[in-house]
Each structure stands twice: as structure tokens, then as C-alpha cells.
Design a protein around this ligand. Structure first.
Ligand code: PLP
Ligand code: 3DJ
Length: 397
């Protein structure tokens, strides 16, 4: 059996149009399946960061805000991310954390919504930060927060709904939610749709413009490989930009920041989503890391992602003793992101044993083994090895 899976892996790797991307990354002989938490390092980034430190900061100092393009980096890098999430230029600004951008987006969504609405719906299964922030945003704006499972959102929408905050892919199960359908339902109810793209951007097509999403946020350190704590982004659809009223109107979002006037006049366009001074070192590391996407189409990334997760599920079924794991990731492609989550007894010890044997996934307590598949650097031989080692670890326990 292992020979037939190994032979198939070799054939799939040989036919993989993205196989050569792997050499753009710094990787060792571990199987790295945690790119849905922290993406791997693109090999050219350290030299670029060194140049920013030595030349741009060390020698040019203050001049770099203009001469090295530091000041305009948030919008410039937003435009690099835009095609990966199906957005035309001029709608994404990079900066702050996802948490902070969730706050901006949810509060701004309530201000864009029709008068008199008093409910915010939030994905009840959300990554916690979104729920915490939505709760605070609701309290500040005088809304009632209603946690709802994404599939139940259409039934929960109504004339009281101001805004809805949803995750495109669930961080725990890897379930892909119906962004086009749910966005349309939110709009039918006259409300504003805010999407968190942390687990989908860089792994699958999002189609923000095509599906009429209002506002979106996401991180850049997972499938976009921007590095630990790299800045997040905020998408404000062009049609909402003139009315976008940020709850954090920092000076860098001002129409004339260096006028330093006491009155706040917001800038036009994506700039309006900025807050304070951009964190240039992280931001420029992210910018460099985005080079790995040059010439890559997100549809081919999606095709490989599905092939990787299909093959993993098949290898797990073949290698893992019956009944030891259960996939909580949907089998249907339309409902699957780019990770596989397996429910498993003693998941903590099992994940430690996997990591000790060079297969790096992560644990989501209490009982979920999570494996993220980053199509730019994970290959089919990695998948076969991960499933085989999982089978060996479980057979020994
Ligand atoms: C769906 C989702 N939203 C938000 C975050 C995190 O936000 P922040 O970048 O502010 O830590 C994560 C992961 O950390 C996430 O998975
Ligand atoms: N952002 C993280 C961090 O700073 C440390 C450890 C993990 C993370 C993560 O991104 C967790 C991730 N969002 C998740 O889906 O679980």
C-alpha cells in the first residue's frame, strides 16, 4: 500500500505545475503542514529586510518615507494582495492586526447600514478574536450581538440586522462557507457583509468584487507568508469608500496628514482605513514575500490545494488504523478550505509525536489535529509521508 501511495505521490509531484515554487522557500526535511498558522519564509526575504535596515533606515533615515516609498507602502502592498482576493486596485490597505481591522470594519459596517437597525450577527463558530471584538463593537455602538452558525445566517437575517461578520474558512474545521450566497442573503436583508479571509486568502479564490462583498479583513502571515505578526489588511469596496466612517480615524488616514489640523478630514479611497504610522519593517518583509506569487493564478492554487487534501484524506484512510481519527473537514470540495482537521483521542500526545518525527501540524484543543496545505510549497510526497507517519504513530499507541 505504501508503495502505491508513494508511487502516486511521485507521479502527482512530477505533474504539478506549481512544484518549482517550493524552491523559493526556506524549508528543511520536515513536512510543514502549519502554513495555515504561520507561512514559511520565502528565501529572498532576509536579504530584502537587511537592505531595508542597512540602506533605507541606516543610511537614508527619514528620507525613506518618501524616497524608499515607505509612506505609500500600505496601499501599494494592498494592491499586490488585491488580485489574490479578487479585488480591483485601490480598495485594500495593509496595516494593523486582523483584530484591529475587525473592529474598524464592524463599527464602520454599522455606520454604513440603514438607520435604525440594532443587531450585528456574528459567526458563532468564529476564531475567538472576531467574536470578542464584535461583542465590544456591538456594545460601543449600541447593537445587540447575535451569534449564529454561518449556515443559519439566512434565517436569522431581518429588518433589524445592520451587519454580519463571517469567516470564509473556519479555522478549526477547515469548512469553506458560501461567500457568494451568504453575501447575497445579507444584501437582500439590506445589511452589510463583513468577511474574515484569514484562512482563505492565498489558498483559494475569494472573488471580493465579483460577489459584491462590502468589507473584508485578513491576515498575511498564513497562506500569504508575510512573517510572524505581519500586518493585516482591510478591504472597503469602492462603492462604500466615500461613506466609510472609521472608528479609529488616526492621522495617517487624514486627507492632509502633514497639515496637522485639529479637524479631521478623511482621505479618499483605501487610505481612509489607515490608523497610525505603518510598521515598516514587517510591512516591507511582507511586500517582498509577495514576490512568490508572481505568475501564479489562484485557480491553479485551488486545484492543487484540493488535490492535496483529497490525497491526504485518501492516504489517511489507507494508513491509519480504522476508527482512530474522524475528519471534521467536509468531504465536498465546495465546502472545503485548504486544511484537514482530524478528531483524534489523545490529540495532544499524537501531535507531539508527529512533530518529533518531522511532521508539523498543530493541535486545536481538546481533540483536533490540524493540517494546513500550502500549495506553493507542500508537495504530494509530503502528504504521503504525513499520513504514513500518522498511521505509524497511532498504530504504536
Ligand atoms: C479567522 C481569524 N481571524 C483573526 C485571527 C487573528 O487575528 P490577529 O492577526 O489580530 O492575531 C486569526 C488567527 O490568528 C484567525 O484565524
Ligand atoms: N496568530 C497566531 C499567533 O500569533 C501565534 C500562534 C498562532 C497564531 C494563529 O494564527 C492561529 C490561527 N489563527 C489559527 O487558526 O488557529
Amino acid at each position: 500500500m505504501s508503495e502505491s501511495f508513494a508511487a502516486r505521490a511521485a507521479a502527482l509531484d512530477a505533474a504539478d505545475p506549481l512544484a518549482d515554487r517550493r524552491k523559493l522557500f526556506t524549508l528543511d526535511d520536515t513536512v510543514y503542514l502549519d502554513g495555515n498558522s504561520l507561512g514559511a519564509l520565502p528565501a529572498h526575504v532576509p536579504a530584502r529586510v537587511q537592505e531595508v535596515l542597512t540602506r533605507e533606515w541606516g543610511e537614508l533615515r527619514i528620507r525613506s518615507w518618501d524616497e524608499s516609498g515607505w509612506w505609500t507602502a500600505p496601499e501599494r502592498i494592498g494592491d499586490r494582495i488585491a488580485p489574490l482576493v479578487g479585488a480591483a486596485a485601490g480598495q485594500i490597505v495593509v496595516g494593523d492586526s486582523t483584530s484591529v481591522n475587525v473592529f474598524k470594519a464592524v463599527v464602520a459596517a454599522t455606520r454604513l447600514a440603514p438607520e435604525g437597525r440594532d443587531e450585528i450577527l456574528v459567526d458563532a463558530t468564529t476564531f475567538p478574536t472576531d467574536g470578542y471584538i464584535a461583542e465590544s463593537a456591538a456594545r460601543i455602538t449600541g447593537h445587540r450581538l447575535v451569534p449564529v452558525a454561518p449556515a443559519e445566517v439566512p434565517g436569522a437575517l431581518g429588518p433589524r440586522t445592520a451587519a454580519v461578520l463571517l469567516n470564509h474558512v473556519d479555522y478549526r474545521t477547515g469548512r469553506l462557507h458560501d461567500l457568494p450566497g451568504l453575501t447575497a442573503a445579507v444584501h437582500e436583508a439590506g445589511a452589510i457583509a463583513v468577511w474574515d479571509l484569514c484562512h482563505s486568502a492565498g489558498a483559494l479564490p475569494v472573488g471580493l468584487d465579483a460577489h459584491g462583498v462590502d468589507l473584508a479583513v485578513g491576515c498575511t502571515y498564513k497562506y500569504l507568508n508575510g512573517g510572524p505578526g505581519s500586518p493585516a489588511y482591510l478591504y472597503v469596496a469602492e462603492r462604500h469608500q466615500a461613506a466609510f466612517d472609521s472608528p479609529l480615524p488616526g492621522w495617517t488616514s487624514h486627507a492632509d496628514p502633514f497639515g496637522m489640523t485639529p479637524e479631521y478630514t478623511p482621505a479618499d479611497g483605501a487610505v481612509r482605513g489607515r490608523v497610525g504610522t505603518p510598521d515598516i519593517l514587517s510591512m516591507l518583509a511582507l511586500e517582498a514575500s509577495l514576490d512568490v506569487w508572481d505568475g501564479v493564478f489562484i485557480d491553479e492554487v485551488r486545484a492543487k490545494s484540493l488535490a492535496l487534501t483529497d490525497f491526504f484524506l485518501e492516504c489517511v484512510a489507507g494508513y491509519v488504523p480504522e476508527g482512530r481519527v474522524t475528519s471534521v473537514t467536509p468531504a465536498a470540495h465546495v465546502e472545503r478550505g485548504s486544511q484537514v482537521a482530524l478528531r483524534c483521542e489523545d490529540a495532544k500526545q499524537v501531535m507531539s509525536a508527529l512533530i518529533a518525527r518531522g511532521v508539523v501540524g498543530d493541535l486545536r484543543r481538546p481533540d483536533v489535529l490540524r493540517f494546513g496545505f500550502t500549495p506553493l510549497y507542500v508537495g504530494f510526497a509530503d502528504v504521503e509521508r504525513a499520513a504514513r507517519v500518522l498511521g505509524e504513530v497511532l498504530a504504536q499507541r
